[in-house]
Design a protein around this ligand. Structure first.
Ligand code: FKS
Ligand code: ZN
Length: 676
């Protein structure tokens, strides 16, 4: 049995320290960061749905996993210090402050993180979030830094390796600052893959380190296990963040196949943040979370780092937790691909990582090593005084930015409905609804379908099956169920009829159907240019001339190339699908398809980030029982079994994929990985 449940770890104690003197650098790190986040979770009924776990204090031994004895002993003395002594002590470090109670809180922040690891690893919960202060990702072996005292996530990764014998841990640092403390800790360690994106501005932004750039990839055995994506401009949007996930992080992460995933979850990447100056909406964090939930069998530990706009922080935390709980992801309209600067960074990091990761092997990526990209080290004193006033005004403007409150994410009363043809043994979980409807008449079935042999519709089995499929679809469109699956006799004809039926039932505003077909053959639908249907077909046939931008053939020759399939899904299908933003997804598994149930489950799982999870899966009758079960467990929200470490795609497939991506880039901005 897969574990279920989401942990939430929070203790008011961690609000009981604050900045005691005047410091314009540190005054944004306030106790309210935690209280507003937790209050928002309660207000939306999310905290109540989580398993609340008690916080504990980390032991010395645990802290020493990542820190020196000297440093720990020094921090231990801070509770007894006077204000003057605290100020003096603080001066040794950069952009941080101490308080008599911060040592106690820092031990709890580490302890909370370890509690989360323990409970995820022993299966008491599937995933969870720890709301902690102080944050951790800047702190180093012997130094506090950037509001951080102990490195919560680094300690937790070391702890997980040690206590649960893990060989592969992934840390995704989506905070807007570079977690250089985590990078230093694992630089030479190939068992911990560290990914960070961060505001960089060619080294002009704090912490102004050369080693935050894309060409720092790790050392020795750890080479390739450190991935830095610098943002060289502010104002990055959802498109930029998702592009990096699709074209950098996820391909690497799938290839690595972690056994456990941590998120250093700073929400200073979100809109309105006075530090980040970025424009990601809170909803994007739902998608980032969702995309990571398909890794490591769903074992995901999210740990709070930064986030200083209290409104955007609270909303983003809610989006994240609600996704961990399994609610449908929000729509993310308006995606259009990365901006020039983001594309340049994507290209550069792919080039820098190319020799370490098979997923980049087939792309031609010469790095853009323009001199201006390198070394603009901020000179001491460059922060000119006249600039200070300007910074203040910009900061005000940023914080006063407004954005619409994320709409409520309502889960339909039932998750999954299934329709199985008579005679097919039903060994599916009891929790899914069984649907059985009256057969359609030929007229009903053929409605709207042009140019296709009505012969198939004389087959009673098909008319019966279509009755069920239409009924599933109606339930999904009416939001009585979230998703559905049917095993059908003629999958291609069924898909065609279902598309037509969907187009007549969807409201005009979301009348876009994404049809993903894995398998051979042609779906007898007309592909028009009105964009109401997007067909993505993964099959072994070389595509003829493309009919329209809404027909995306993905050529995968030779079966069993799991890496090739996954790269196609991450690098082609998902970016196009996200940009299309469908109102409904049809996922179709054709005859004797050889991608295997595990890869099929991954696809079904990833597609659920679209269309608010409204997805109907059709599986050809006669397909292996494993494929049917895989679709249903994935639709029910159970974690996908990991595919295991992957290599490069087969040469032929890798090259075809790269070619397809190039060709489609003019139509779909989300496919761009290069500066134009
Ligand atoms: C430039 C000054 C930068 C320090 C910013 C620290 C950021 C801390 C954080 C953490 F997650 F650790 F909390 N001052 N304006 O957000 O990365
Ligand atoms: Zn930060």
């Amino acid at each position: 049995m897969a574990s279920s449940g989401t942990a939430l770890i929070y203790d008011e104690e961690m609000t009981r320290y604050k900045l005691l003197w005047d410091d314009p650098v540190c005054n944004i790190e306030v106790p309210e960061r935690l209280t507003v986040s937790y209050a928002a979770l309660q207000e939306h009924g999310l905290a109540q749905r989580c398993v609340s776990l008690p916080v504990r204090q980390a032991t010395d031994k645990e802290i020493l996993l990542a820190h020196s004895e000297e440093y720990l002993e020094a921090v231990k003395k801070t509770p007894g210090m006077t204000l003057e002594e605290l100020i003096e002590f603080t001066k040794q470090y950069g952009d941080v402050y101490f308080h008599p109670n911060i040592y106690h809180c820092a031990k709890m922040a580490v302890g909370a993180t370890l509690q989360l690891v323990d409970n995820v690893m022993n299966g008491k919960v599937r995933n969870g979030m720890a709301l902690v202060r102080p944050p951790g990702h800047h702190s180093q072996r012997s130094a506090a830094n950037g509001f951080c005292v102990f490195n919560n996530v680094a300690i937790a990764a070391l702890y997980a390796k040690k206590h649960f014998n893990l060989n592969r841990v992934l840390i995704v640092d989506w905070d807007v600052h570079h977690g250089q403390g985590i990078q230093y800790c694992f630089e030479e360690d190939p068992s911990v893959l560290y990914f960070s994106w961060h505001r960089y501005e060619h080294q002009k932004f704090w912490p102004n380190l050369q080693e935050s750039d894309y060409d720092t990839v790790g050392k020795g055995k750890g080479a390739g296990f450190n991935v830095n994506l610098p943002w060289n401009k502010v104002g990055m949007e959802n498109s930029d963040f998702l592009s990096v996930f699709f074209h950098v992080l996820l391909p690497i992460a799938y290839e690595f196949s972690p056994e456990l995933v941590f998120v250093s979850a700073g929400f200073d990447s979100a809109i309105g943040d006075p530090e980040g100056h970025m424009c990601a909406t809170p909803e994007v964090f739902a998608h980032l979370t969702h995309l990571l939930m398909s890794l490591a069998g769903g074992k995901l530990c999210v740990i709070l780092e930064g986030g200083y706009n209290l409104k955007s922080l609270a909303q983003s935390v809610c989006q994240t937790v609600q996704t961990l709980l399994g609610d449908p992801a929000p729509l993310l309209p308006g995606l259009c691909g990365p901006c020039e600067s983001a594309a340049e960074s994507i290209q550069n990091v792919r080039a820098a990582q190319q020799q370490y990761w098979g997923c980049f092997k087939h792309s031609s990526v010469e790095p853009v090593l323009e001199p201006r990209t390198k070394c603009h080290r901020t000179e001491e004193g460059e922060k000119v005084v006249e600039g200070a006033v300007q910074i203040e005004t910009v900061s005000k403007e940023i914080q006063e930015k407004s954005w619409p409150e994320p709409p409520p994410r309502i889960a339909p009363p039932a998750r999954t409905a299934v329709a199985l043809p008579g005679g097919v043994e039903d060994s599916l979980p009891k929790s899914c609804l069984r649907v059985s409807a009256a057969p359609l008449t030929q007229e009903q079935a053929a409605c709207g379908i042009r140019d296709f042999s009505p012969k198939a519709l004389e087959d009673e089995r098909i008319l019966h099956s279509l009755g069920n499929v239409f009924s599933l679809l109606d339930k999904i469109v009416k939001k009585e169920v979230r998703n559905g699956m049917a095993v059908v006799p003629e999958v291609l004809v069924t898909a065609a009829c279902t598309v037509q039926h969907a187009l007549t039932s969807l409201s005009t505003s979301d009348c876009r159907v994404l049809l993903v077909l894995v398998g051979e053959g042609e779906v007898p639908v007309e592909l028009t240019d009105d964009g109401k249907l997007l067909l993505v077909q993964v099959c072994s046939k070389e595509p003829e001339d493309r009919k329209s931008k809404f027909h995306v053939p993905v050529c995968l020759k030779s079966s069993g190339d799991t890496a090739g399939f996954l790269h196609a899904v991450l690098g082609l299908l998902l970016p196009v699908a996200y940009e299309y933003s469908p109102g409904l997804v049809l996922a179709v598994l054709g005859e004797n398809c050889s991608i295997g149930p595990a890869a099929w489950a991954q696809l079904v799982s990833l597609l659920q980030g679209l269309a608010q999870g409204q997805i109907l899966a059709l599986v050809q009758q006669g397909s292996e029982a494993d494929n049917i079960r895989a679709a249903v467990t994935s639709l029910l929200g159970d974690p996908c079994p990991p595919l295991g470490p992957l290599g490069a795609a087969l040469l032929e497939n890798g090259q075809a994929l790269e070619r397809d991506r190039q060709n489609l880039q003019t139509h779909w901005g989300m496919l761009q990985t290069k500066k134009s």
